[in-house]
Design a protein around this ligand. Structure first.
Ligand SMILES: Nc1nc2c(ncn2[C@@H]2O[C@H](COP(=O)(O)OP(=O)(O)OP(=O)(O)O)[C@@H](O)[C@H]2O)c(=O)[nH]1
Ligand SMILES: [Mg+2]
Length: 525
């Protein structure tokens, strides 16, 4: 092992070293004793393949929920070349951010209300979401088009190269982040050669963040799945533009390693989906209404749920993609009806849709909730673009979950929540209030300062009761009788008071669904 590390140290330039996959200590054992006869990389891959095939032919070999296959060194080696993913994201990085943008607005693909400064701010927030990663420098670069093979024109390239060489020599920069959805293989390779630095695009930075924040088995599976389309796309691009010797291209064996991993991930994710379906059915049987809380990343979804449910366990963080698991949290409506808030993964624009398709299994819960609460960061300069992005993603998710049937792809009712209003200037707050009064759709709140929550809860109650067919009723039942106990158990009791006309009876205001009401009638009337 020592020997292998020293070889790596000699063979790779210093800047690339942190990106070389860290080799876990347990390979000390497997390399020399467990996997006998492995001399070169090819035979190592073949041994891994064999192991994969054996596992497949023996259904008992991998018990369901066994996630050990995620730590797969053969896959890591195949992925490492394309993704530049370090398993050790704790390594300190000094990042140079380049924010390219198209000069002519007619050719731009980003919405008009999103400026290059806004895009750069988002890119900076992405880097700050990784611990120990710092922004060394950042620069906006106007371009004619983002599709050019060299990305930049020759003049700009010379200028950037000089800048990068100076910074590299002063050891101020360890990698370059080009804030574009994905770079083509040719662009990536060209820039790496020119600047002598590892080059990352938005997809690979987001994947690093997702990997770091994925703690549950389910989230790890989804992140692992999200890497694959990126690797395939790079490999396809490479095979078109480069010969194998010149660059990154996959051998048949490496392709098979990817396919094997994809098959295993798909099988596990199908299991996750089935499990979620069961949980959903169970919730339905228990008759709990569900509100899914969705929104752009960092809008304050987790903070809102924490404020509405007073759950100390929830930890809102000022990081992008802090929440990667859809989690359920019980809360109470003003009428005492219990409901479940589902916290979900945040959305982000300028990322290939493939990345989030992997989270569909969990987002399905949101699409099938009784209502959706759309949390928006009103203080963000790109608030309207973020809102539009979330709305269009929700529509396309509903469409794909309905199997492409436009009539079935109906979204649940949506409540718009404008959060972080404590960050607005008093003038902007007044303007927002006036606009809300005009349109009457949405709630101005601050999850942190806990303002505006009461009217929001009332609206949630109204929508939930309408969506689930529940009604508020007053019933007169014998005081202390079995009817009273039954209603406490099966319905939400808003309040009770003595019946002035009959001392033996009590008046109960309850929230009850039609089905439960009929059960009550069958039992007692
Ligand atoms: N000033 C202010 N900050 C807020 C408010 N609500 C949330 N925040 C902060 O915004 C940051 C993100 O909050 P989260 O609740 O984690 O946001 P999220 O939407 O769950 O983010 P992801 O899970 O990453 O998608 C945290 O630092 C919160 O403290 C608010 O009303 N006012
Ligand atoms: Mg969150």
């Amino acid at each position: 092992m020592k020997c292998l590390r020293s070889v790596l140290r000699v063979a790779w330039p210093a800047q690339l070293r942190p990106f070389i996959t860290q080799i876990p200590a347990r390979f000390k054992y497997t390399q020399h004793q467990g996997v006998k006869g492995i001399r070169n990389r090819k035979s190592f891959y073949e041994a891994q393949m064999q192991a994969g095939l054996q596992e497949q032919s023996d259904p008992t070999a991998v018990s369901s929920g066994d996630m050990r296959f995620l730590d797969d060194r053969a896959y890591d080696e195949v992925a490492g070349g394309a993704m530049r993913i370090s398993r050790d994201v704790a390594t300190a990085q000094h990042v140079f951010i380049l924010q390219p943008y198209v000069k002519w607005s007619a050719k731009r693909t980003t919405p008009d209300n999103v400026t290059p400064d806004d895009q750069l701010a988002e890119a900076t927030a992405l880097i700050h979401s990784l611990p120990n990663w710092q922004v060394a420098r950042s620069l906006k670069v106007p371009l004619e088009s983002l599709e050019r093979k060299t990305l930049f024109g020759s003049g700009k390239l010379t200028e950037l190269k000089q800048l990068m060489t100076d910074l590299r020599q002063e050891r101020q920069v360890t990698c370059l982040f080009v804030s574009k959805g994905t770079l083509s293989f040719a662009q990536k390779q060209f820039l790496e050669t020119e600047f002598q630095l590892p080059v990352l695009d938005r997809y690979s930075v987001v994947i690093q963040i997702l990997r770091l924040h994925a703690t549950s088995a389910e989230a790890r599976l989804q992140v692992a799945m999200a890497e694959l389309p990126y690797i395939w796309a790079l490999a396809k691009d490479a095979s078109v533009t480069q010969t194998r010797r010149q660059g990154y291209s996959l051998s048949d064996l490496q392709k098979e390693i990817l396919r094997t991993r994809e098959r295993k991930l798909r099988a596990e994710l199908d299991g996750v989906r089935r499990q979620r379906q069961l949980l959903r059915q169970k919730r339905k049987q228990q008759n709990y209404p569900v509100a899914a809380v969705v929104g752009y990343t960092n809008a304050g979804k987790t903070s809102l749920i924490k404020a509405l449910t007073v759950q100390d366990k929830l930890q809102p963080r000022n990081q992008l993609f802090a929440t990667l698991d859809v989690t359920a949290h019980a809360g109470n409506l003003p009428c005492n009806q219990q409901l479940i808030y589902m916290d979900t993964v945040g959305f982000m624009s300028d990322l290939p849709t493939g990345l989030f398709e992997c989270f569909v299994a969990t987002l399905e819960d949101a699409m099938l909730a009784d209502i959706i609460i759309h949390v928006q960061d009103l203080s963000h300069p790109c608030h309207s673009a973020q809102r539009a992005h979330v709305e269009s993603t929700l529509r396309s998710l509903a469409f794909s979950i309905a199997g492409g049937d436009p009539s079935a792809g109906q979204l649940p009712p949506i409540i718009n929540v404008y959060n972080k209003c404590d960050l607005l200037t008093p003038k902007a707050q007044l303007a927002a209030v006036a606009q809300l009064q005009n349109t009457a759709v949405g709630h101005l709140i601050s999850a942190r300062a806990q303002t505006g929550l009461e009217p929001l809860l009332k609206d949630v109650e109204k929508q939930i009761l309408a969506a689930t067919g529940r009604r508020k009723l007053q019933v007169r039942v014998p005081s202390g009788g079995p009817e009273m106990a039954w209603l406490y158990k099966n319905a939400a009791v808003v309040d009770t008071r003595a019946d002035e006309q009959n001392a033996e009876k009590i008046l109960m205001r309850v929230v009850i669904s039609q089905r439960t009401l009929e059960q009550f009638k069958r039992e007692f009337c």
